[in-house]
Design a protein around this ligand. Structure first.
Ligand code: FMN
Length: 194
């Protein structure tokens, strides 16, 4: 039973990449080079997946492209507010069925989440940060981006170099600067049966 007792401190040693990852809302408009964009997606190639299906598919656009604006239009207003300066938008999708067997892949979204985590950590390594977004219109995304039914939509992802949080609207600025909270290990890790 979760008591919701949370802490913002790191209690045991972890990788610097994990320590330094943070879903920022304040992005600088500084463009991201094509090399770095390639490295983000390269990182996803090496993520594990059920039967090595690698069901993830990514669509991306840089701020100077019309496609960026088509993607931006799919997002909820609450996300548009902060993501408007992000130099890179990504949409992550998963193939719903196995390529070889044709049967449903029950782990496709699980695998996509893993690949997105690899992408997020690669971003940190390069001085970037990402913020994933489930707040978008599925209908608009299917329409604007002509997404075939064989894909399940995961999340949109804003990527960029961290910007100045004091430029965010007041409410978001407060959330951005608030300490991050996490459950304590003993609230979700067990060395016994249920
Ligand atoms: C699947 C998923 C969906 C999310 N959707 C949104 C979103 O629509 N808008 C938003 O501002 N943040 C969104 N986030 C970011 C989370 O709010 C964030 O990861 C969480 O508050 C923990 O903060 P941290 O990533 O900095 O540790 C999403 C994250 C995930 C993994």
């Amino acid at each position: 039973m979760l008591t919701m007792e949370k802490s913002s401190s790191i209690e045991h040693p972890i990788l610097d990449l994990i320590k330094n990852r943070r879903s920022v809302r304040a992005f600088s408009s500084e463009p991201i080079t094509a090399d770095k964009i390639n490295s983000l997606f390269e990182a996803t190639r090496w993520a594990p997946s059920s039967s090595n299906e690698q069901p993830w598919v990514y669509l991306y656009a840089t701020h100077d492209q019309e496609l960026w604006h088509k993607m931006f239009e799919c997002l909820n207003e609450s996300n548009r507010i902060w993501v408007k300066d992000a130099p890179l938008l990504i949409l992550s999708l998963a193939r719903k069925t196995f390529t070889h067997y044709g049967s449903a892949n029950a782990h496709a979204m699980y695998d996509l989440g893993g690949a997105n985590s690899f992408l997020s950590l690669q971003a940190v390594e390069m001085g970037l940060q990402v913020r994933q977004m489930a707040g978008f219109s599925h209908i608009k995304a299917i329409e604007n981006l002509k997404i075939p039914d064989i894909y399940e939509i995961g999340v949109f992802i804003g990527v960029g170099y961290p910007g100045d949080p004091t430029n965010l609207p007041e409410k978001l600025k407060q959330r951005e600067l608030a300490p991050r909270e996490r459950f304590l290990q003993q609230e979700f890790v067990m060395n016994k049966t249920f």
